[in-house]
Design a protein around this ligand. Structure first.
Ligand code: ATP
Length: 275
């Protein structure tokens, strides 16, 4: 398939949000969409500016890891927010991940219903998986002016029409691979932004139910299994209890101790038979 450029006119016609993406910036090529919105003069940035690039030359993940995406085939974009308060930023990432999952579920409602599958799920704190394979990653960065939060940049890389991945990304998948045909990026982005706007509103209103809803999207939530933390295997089986109000991840050990994780790399593998 040839690399089609993102159709901004079509996207603008489809977009059905109140504020998110009304200010939409398209770049054919850039180094990193997060960097672009980080460096943009603050007077130019609105709460809800979205910047999308068809080619990202230096896409990043956490800890300076690389985000690799074939040009013109995926969705690589950054949402710029001016939330005012510096609190609850981890929850903002989780709420955005929830919005992304909700947008995918809304878009693929029929296909997923036919398959009778659970759909897409969250790997705490910033990845979206489908049947254990990574389909999207989120990178949240913030800019402070003194101790005042000036802006938050939420970068999203979603694998849409990429059909093959380099050998070291054998844990990656795309919507094309899942659903077996090329997917319309403009419509998809419209659905995603509508749902991120919805989850942002819930985050902003301190909606307590949001935690429950996010927990239900977490891969392995409320199940027993094995956990690896920063590459080290926990000796006993644990139950994944989901997140708390700060967005931290909780597990229960088999000796009834609750452990809380904030920034650690946590890999959970569910046991097939529950006990
Ligand atoms: P991991 O995916 O190994 O659990 P992580 O979630 O901590 O790591 P992130 O910082 O979110 O990692 O994303 C960067 C990592 O994602 C890279 O190190 C690479 O393994 C993987 N990656 C890069 N590009 C893609 C892609 N297009 N699809 C899926 N995974 C990717």
């Amino acid at each position: 398939m040839k690399n089609d450029l993102f159709d901004t006119n079509r996207f603008r016609q489809i977009l059905d949000t109140e504020w998110l993406g009304s200010d939409f910036i398209y770049r054919k090529e850039t180094t990193s969409t997060n960097n672009d919105l980080k460096c943009m003069p603050i007077e130019r940035l609105s709460h809800g500016t979205v910047l999308l690039a068809d080619t990202q030359l230096e896409g990043r993940g956490q800890y300076q890891r690389k985000w690799l995406a074939e040009p013109g085939k995926n969705l690589t974009f950054t949402v710029g927010l001016i939330p005012g308060q510096p609190e609850r930023l981890p929850m903002l990432t989780l709420s955005t991940a929830f919005g992304l999952i909700r947008g995918l579920h809304a878009f693929y409602h029929e296909e997923l219903a036919t398959e009778g599958e659970q759909g897409f799920c969250l790997k705490w704190p910033n990845d979206i998986l489908r049947k254990g394979k990574k389909i999207a990653g989120i990178l949240t960065e913030s800019v402070f002016n003194g101790n005042k939060l000036e802006r938050v940049l939420i970068g999203i890389g979603l694998n849409v029409n990429q059909e093959s991945f380099p050998p070291d990304l054998d844990h990656a998948t795309s919507l094309h691979r899942i659903f077996g045909s090329p997917q319309p990026r403009e419509e998809l982005l419209g659905s995603i932004l509508k749902n991120i706007e919805y989850s942002y509103r819930r985050w902003h209103q301190h909606d307590k139910e949001l935690i429950k809803d996010i927990n239900q999207t977490i891969d392995g939530f409320a199940s027993w299994g094995e956990v690896e933390v920063n590459g080290e295997q926990f000796p006993k089986k644990v139950k994944l209890l989901g997140i708390n109000e700060s967005g931290h991840l909780l597990i229960l050990t088999s000796d009834f101790e609750v452990k809380t994780f904030t920034y650690e790399q946590v890999k959970f593998r569910r046991h097939h038979r529950e006990s």
